[in-house]
Design a protein around this ligand. Structure first.
Ligand SMILES: NC(=O)C1=CN([C@@H]2O[C@H](COP(=O)(O)OP(=O)(O)OC[C@H]3O[C@@H](n4cnc5c(N)ncnc54)[C@H](OP(=O)(O)O)[C@@H]3O)[C@@H](O)[C@H]2O)C=CC1
Ligand SMILES: C[C@H](CCC(=O)O)[C@H]1CC[C@H]2[C@@H]3C(=O)C[C@@H]4C[C@H](O)CC[C@]4(C)[C@H]3CC[C@]12C
Length: 294
């Protein structure tokens, strides 16, 4: 094939890619009337996602352990314009409860369009203490409950050609210090959901899987845990929550928020890993960690 012909084909390919990509523009109406579950929605990013969905007019079912907080979030969602809003309290270390949440959506809404998996259990921010049992328990909450809910929700999502949205972290793509148990659970999510996405393509299952790679966000939990140790400022949870919903609605395979703090380290990961480790470690003020734990 002549060089000119090859260049022309490449150019057409690029133009088509730009056309299809730019054609997918997010509009809040995309979520109007959609039936959505948000886990871990009593605080932080999950709470903010519930408010965005409320404003967009979705039917919302939220869950977490603390009933009083969930009740307030539901009230606010209704004020903001949710088509309907409900909560179900419980802990995601219990797989029966994880299934129950999905069944609740079926009886309340008769189906499901979007499953947003966002909750995490408590873990320490410190050097790995050798407690493998803690990793096992954290895997139940941060990983196995995600898989359980997905399996349970799949018939409804297949019917609606809906979306699975998985909130992960830059610590679920890169090895970072002080988060060994947490990072283990987030890497597991990538393995499970990225493989599942491939099987969906092969089986022509029209359910999108969006893995969200998130950097440091200004939720109370994160700031209280890491502010003294991490040398840079957190990004706003409201904007982060909106980007996650947009990515899910647009059926993107991955969301990177904030882009520069996630995508650039990821590009370096395979090509300059030692340089990346050097840059990442410079962000940590380890002396402060030791002071805090004294
Ligand atoms: N904030 C950050 O810097 C970053 C966050 N992320 C990811 O974003 C997501 C949200 O994080 P963030 O908003 O900061 O976290 P928060 O601590 O603010 O929220 C965690 C949510 O999970 C719920 N939860 C905790 N334990 C359980 C449990 N056993 N069963 C069910 N629900 C539980 C909490 O409610 P309750 O206590 O009432 O149960 C709460 O609603 C997580 O997936 C996290 O990994 C990723 C990168 C950075
Ligand atoms: C400091 C990390 C980013 C490194 C960088 O150079 O940008 C943060 C990126 C992700 C953060 C963790 C995370 O994923 C959420 C956890 C949630 C808990 O609420 C506690 C804090 C986190 C362990 C948080 C810690 C900072 C990051 C590793």
């Amino acid at each position: 094939m002549g060089l000119l012909k090859k260049a022309l084909i490449a150019l057409i390919g690029i133009l088509l890619a730009v056309y299809f990509y730019s054609g997918k523009e997010f509009k809040p109406e995309m979520l109007k009337g959609k039936r959505v579950i948000v886990t871990g929605a009593s605080s932080g990013i999950g709470e903010q996602m519930a408010y965005h969905l409320g404003k967009m007019g979705s039917h919302i079912l939220i869950t977490a352990r603390t009933e009083e907080k969930l009740k307030k979030v539901v009230e606010r969602c209704l004020k903001l314009g949710a088509a309907s809003a409900y909560y179900i309290p419980g802990s995601m270390d219990n797989m029966t409860f994880a299934r129950q949440v999905v069944h609740e959506a079926k009886s309340l809404f008769g189906g499901l369009d979007m499953l947003i998996l966002n909750h995490i259990g408590y873990s320490y921010f410190n050097f790995f203490d050798g407690d493998v049992d803690h990793i096992r328990k954290l895997l139940e909450i941060n990983f196995l409950s995600y898989a359980t809910m997905t399996v349970e929700a799949l018939p409804m999502l297949k019917e609606s050609e809906g979306n699975i949205v998985v909130v992960s972290s830059v610590a679920g793509k890169l090895g970072l210090p002080l988060t060994v148990p947490y990072s283990t659970t987030k890497f597991a999510l990538d393995g499970f959901f990225s493989s599942l996405r491939m099987e969906f393509y092969h089986q022509k299952v029209n359910v999108s899987v969006t893995l969200c790679v998130i950097s440091y966000i200004d939720t109370d939990t994160a700031v209280n845990t890491v502010a003294r140790v991490i040398n840079h400022l957190p990004a706003p949870k409201e904007e982060c929550a909106l980007e996650i919903i947009k990515g899910g609605a647009l059926r993107q395979r991955e969301v990177y928020y904030q882009y520069h703090a996630t995508k650039i380290p990821l590009l370096l990961r395979d090509w300059a890993p030692d340089f990346l480790d050097y840059l990442l470690l410079k962000n940590y003020n380890i002396e402060e960690l030791n002071k805090k734990s004294e």
